[in-house]
Design a protein around this ligand. Structure first.
Ligand SMILES: Cc1ncc(COP(=O)(O)O)c(C=O)c1O
Length: 383
């Protein structure tokens, strides 16, 4: 459709790719929940749909939207972020060597360690953001997948996507980027050389904390892509129609949600940097963050709403701050319109390098003065 190819991604998102319903003119795409599709009078498939475990119209519309925002050749939606990454690992040849960060989404790391313990993959980790450590962890010819997360859960360290892609490709591996904290309105990993862009669409892409979803987008001619697609069909981990419909609705406001969250987070980070109750603010938007220069280069639409605060004071104070907040909601997850606070060690448990005094904040789209005042009162109460 010529009209769409000329438009900016923000316009395409806001208009849901202009997917007007042909019959009624409804400006919101209809929601299809059918599990199966009738053949025509010649016993041919009508629109290529046969059974919803393989694909269905609303899910495909969601995939088309994300494909367009990522600049991808193909996009697949899954029923969670984890099921998407599990499909990538399952699609690798048996015994393939995988390299990923030692600090990343902890359940992903847990999955990799378990698969390595079972002999399904070989696995080595490297320090997030450290390209020399990445090169050292790779086994040329054996490593099939390099998996980075940027910004990365925990301290929001940044990895240079273009440099990581060069290192992976030189060793014969593909690069997958978990870009959950940096949706396509700020970072498009495929344009920077990555082979697979992955998101937990549960987070910013949907933005309303009312579904779980995952998405993989690929560049052309990726050898394992067909197998990833097969794994999704065999396991039935495709995103169902209703969730896909909600996701399409969420995507329409992605740009303004992310911009407001980024603006709020920057204000809050600047306010608490140097605060006498705070040891450090870990936010890629601050010049003091060690990945700031690279973040500024590859997060062109804002630094997002994710940050961690290291709280000063005795053991237990960070948890007490989380409990004392009134406006921040004490829940895990991220990327929704509401701000969340999480005592990260309580949620992740030991073994993931998370310090006891870390609070993970997901900044939403509220009035930032309410958020700042809430943290101020919690710090004062627990001083
Ligand atoms: C960075 C990141 N990647 C992947 C996931 C897994 O996604 P999901 O919870 O949708 O399965 C999460 C979930 O918190 C995440 O934060």
């Amino acid at each position: 459709m010529k009209r769409n190819s000329d438009l900016s991604p923000q316009t395409k998102a806001a208009q849901a790719l202009h997917m007007l319903d042909g019959a009624s003119g409804a400006v919101v795409p209809p929601m299809h929940s059918a599990s199966t599709f009738a053949r025509d009078e010649n016993y041919e498939l009508r629109d290529g749909f046969i059974y919803s475990r393989y694909g269905s119209p609303t899910t495909e519309q969601g995939e088309d939207m994300i494909k367009s925002l990522e600049g991808a050749d193909d996009t697949l939606l899954f029923n969670s972020g984890m099921s998407a990454t599990v499909a990538v690992i399952e699609a690798l040849p048996m015994g393939a060597h995988v390299v990923a960060q030692s600090m990343m989404y902890h359940i992903g790391l847990n999955w990799l360690n378990r698969q390595a313990a079972r002999g399904v993959i070989g696995f080595d980790s490297f320090e997030a953001g450290n390209l020399e450590a990445l090169s050292a962890a790779i086994k040329p010819g054996e490593t099939k997948l390099v998996w980075i997360e940027t910004p990365a859960n925990g301290d929001w360290s940044i990895t240079d996507i273009a440099a990581a892609a060069d290192i992976a490709h030189a060793a014969g591996a593909i690069l997958m980027v978990d870009s959950t904290a940096a949706p396509p309105c700020t970072t498009r990993p495929l344009e920077l050389g990555a082979d697979i862009a992955f998101h937990s669409a549960t987070k910013y892409l949907n933005g309303h904390s009312d579904l779980t979803a995952g998405v993989l987008s690929a560049r052309a001619a990726l050898p394992i892509w067909e197998e990833i697609h097969n794994v999704r069909s065999f396991q039935g981990t495709i995103l169902p129609g209703f969730e896909a419909w909600l996701l399409i609705r969420g995507l329409r406001t992605l740009y303004i949600r992310y911009k407001t969250a980024s603006d709020n987070a920057m204000r809050l980070a600047q306010h608490f940097e140097g605060h006498d109750g705070i040891e450090a603010v870990q936010y890629p938007g601050l010049p003091s963050h060690k990945g700031h220069a690279i973040a500024a280069k590859q997060m062109t639409g804002g630094f997002g709403g994710m940050m961690s605060l290291l709280v000063k004071g005795p053991k237990g104070r960070a948890l007490a701050v989380a409990k004392t907040c009134d406006v921040f909601i004490p829940a895990t997850s991220l990327g929704g319109v509401e701000s969340l606070i999480e005592h990260r060690l309580t949620v992740s448990g030991e073994g993931y390098g998370i310090p006891e005094n870390m609070l993970r904040l997901s900044i939403g789209i509220e009035d930032v003065d309410d958020l700042i005042a809430d943290l101020e009162q919690a710090l004062a109460t627990t001083a």
